[in-house]
Ligand binder design. Structure first.
Ligand code: FES
Ligand code: FES
Length: 225
C-alpha cells in the first residue's frame, strides 16, 4: 500500500545520502584510529560521532482538518508522529511491520499503513485518522455500521479496520478491481463475499470478529452507495 511519489524519492534520497556520508566518514575515521591508534585519529572518530546526529525535516501536514508545521527527526514514521507528537492515539501500533493493518489511516482520501510511511514524505498531505471521521452531523456511516453490528471486540484493530473500510468502499465505488475481480471491464464489481475478504485482507483481527465486520461493511456499502 506504500506508494512513493517522485518528490518523496528525491527527499528520501537526500536524507539517505546525508546519513550515508556521515556513516562513511565515521567508519573511515574509526578504521584509521583502530589501525594506528593515534590520538588525532580517535579525536576524529569522536567529532564524527558528534556530527552524526539524526537528520531533521520540516513538514506541513493537515491532520483531521487542522494544519501543523512540524520539525522532526527525518526517520520518524507517520504512525509515531500521529501517536506521540499529535497525541492521536486512535491509530494503533500493532506489528509496526506492515502486516496487521492496525495503523491504517487515510492520506489524501486513500488508505495507507502509517507504520510504513515516513512523516517527512507527506509534506502538504491531508491525513484523516479515526478521530477525524465523525462530523458535527454524527458518526461516519462506517462507524455507525460497526457499532450496530458489533464489528469490534478488543478495539485494538478497530480504528484500522474502520479507516481501511472507508478507503476500501471508496475504491470499490469508483470501480477499482481487486485481485479476485473476474471481469476487469466491469466498472461496478459487486461487493461479493470474496471481494469483501480480498479487499480487507490487509487488516487482521486476532479475535475473529470478521463476520460482524463483514455485516457492518455490507450495510455501510448500501448506505453510502
Ligand atoms: S502496525 Fe502498521 S501494519 Fe501493523
Ligand atoms: S477486535 Fe481487535 S483484534 Fe479483533
Amino acid at each position: 500500500m506504500l506508494r512513493l511519489m517522485p518528490n518523496d524519492h528525491a527527499h528520501l534520497n537526500g536524507v539517505l545520502a546525508l546519513t550515508r556520508r556521515r556513516l562513511v566518514q565515521g567508519a573511515s575515521a574509526l578504521a584509521v584510529a583502530v589501525r594506528y591508534g593515534s590520538r588525532r585519529a580517535w579525536a576524529r572518530v569522536a567529532s564524527n560521532t558528534a556530527v552524526a546526529g539524526p537528520a531533521s525535516a520540516t513538514t506541513t501536514l493537515t491532520v483531521n482538518g487542522q494544519t501543523h508545521r512540524l520539525s522532526m527527526d527525518a526517520r520518524v514514521t507517520l504512525l509515531d508522529l500521529l501517536r506521540e507528537r499529535l497525541l492521536l492515539t486512535g491509530t494503533k501500533k500493532g506489528c509496526d511491520h506492515g502486516q496487521c493493518g492496525a495503523c491504517t489511516v487515510l492520506i489524501n482520501g486513500g488508505r495507507q499503513l502509517s507504520c510504513l510511511s515516513l512523516a517527512a514524505m507527506h509534506d502538504g498531505d491531508r491525513i484523516t485518522t479515526v478521530e477525524g471521521l465523525a462530523s458535527d452531523q454524527g458518526l461516519h456511516p462506517v462507524q455507525a455500521a460497526f457499532l450496530k453490528h458489533d464489528g469490534f471486540q478488543c478495539g485494538y484493530c478497530t480504528s484500522g479496520q474502520i479507516c481501511s473500510s472507508v478507503g476500501m468502499l471508496k475504491e470499490w465505488r469508483r470501480g477499482d478491481p481487486s485481485l479476485v475481480t473476474e471481469n476487469l471491464d466491469d466498472d461496478h464489481p459487486k461487493l461479493t463475499e470474496a471481494e469483501l475478504h480480498e479487499r480487507m485482507a490487509g487488516n487482521i483481527c486476532r479475535c475473529s470478529a470478521y463476520l460482524n465486520i463483514a455485516d457492518a461493511l455490507r450495510e455501510a456499502a448500501r448506505e453510502t452507495a
